[in-house]
Design a protein around this ligand. Structure first.
Ligand SMILES: N[C@@H](CCC(=O)N[C@@H](CS)C(=O)NCC(=O)O)C(=O)O
Length: 243
């Protein structure tokens, strides 16, 4: 649930991790909505204190709005962004129906995906049986994709929320994925991955370096005291053209 934080910034701040599928969906919605943010790329194994302060659960993505409000669930960020501006109607299909389908992704599919992809982290689990469980979800998507997208002909919040996870599944064993009798899912994923919006939001950005007290108090003598200059700390997501 959104909460509030005291810090304020001219632009909303997005804590993100480039390869996180939850962060991908948030970045995609922000780009679609033409909302510029200060993008703070973090390392999950070395999270900045600033992230923990605004969201103690410290998952990414986290969006801190200019008024200090904190959104620390990817779907909340998507909905907030699209409520500001939704040029392609990603919120047009019935929201509850979309959220139901996304729940199948975030729940059972993600459960199976983790145990298939990271088998060594789950002793006693059988990765291949989780692969079958994940395929069962992909089969439900195959039926939904009759008209090209999960809800009709145009992509919506549901497509954008789910595709980053299907990408992870496909990348785990590309030969297996390509051999599945799921032509619509395969074509849908290929189109998503080649879209300008996805390529744009996957651009590599330098890791955000949290300012230290020394940085805040920096003066001309810092160079002589060994205070290192930080790499660029902000990157903006700019609007992308529609494909
Ligand atoms: N329900 C959250 C899940 C976010 C999530 O679990 N993100 C992962 C990265 S993909 C994370 O931050 N994990 C914490 C960690 O690895 O320490 C959302 O939708 O935003």
């Amino acid at each position: 649930m959104p909460s509030t934080a005291s810090s304020a910034s001219a632009l909303p701040i997005l804590y993100s991790f480039r390869r996180c599928p939850y962060a991908m969906r948030a970045r995609l919605a922000l780009a679609e909505s033409c909302i510029a943010v200060e993008l703070r790329e973090v390392l999950l194994r070395d999270k900045p204190n600033a992230l923990r302060q605004v969201s103690p659960k410290a998952t990414v993505p986290v969006l801190v709005l200019a008024d200090g409000q904190v959104l620390d669930e990817s779907l909340d960020i998507m909905r907030w962004a699209l409520e500001q501006h939704d040029p392609s109607g990603w919120l047009h299909p019935d929201l509850n129906e979309m959220l139901d389908v996304v729940a199948g992704n975030d729940g059972p599919f993600k459960h199976h995906l983790d145990r298939y992809k990271y088998g060594n982290r789950y002793p006693g689990e059988v990765p291949l049986s989780h692969r079958s469980g994940a395929v069962a979800f992909l089969e439900t998507l195959e039926h939904r994709l009759a008209d090209g997208a999960l809800f009709g002909r145009q992509i919506s919040l549901a497509d954008v929320a789910i595709a980053p996870f299907v990408r992870q599944f496909a990348n785990t064993d590309r030969v297996f994925f390509d051999g599945l009798a799921l032509p619509k899912v395969q074509a849908w994923l290929a189109e998503f991955l080649s879209s300008a919006r996805f390529v744009h939001t996957m651009k590599k950005v330098p890791r955000w370096i949290e300012p230290t007290v020394a940085d805040n108090d920096s003066d001309a003598d810092d160079a002589h005291r060994g205070v290192q200059a930080s790499p660029p700390q902000t990157s903006l997501i700019s609007p992308v053209s529609k494909k």
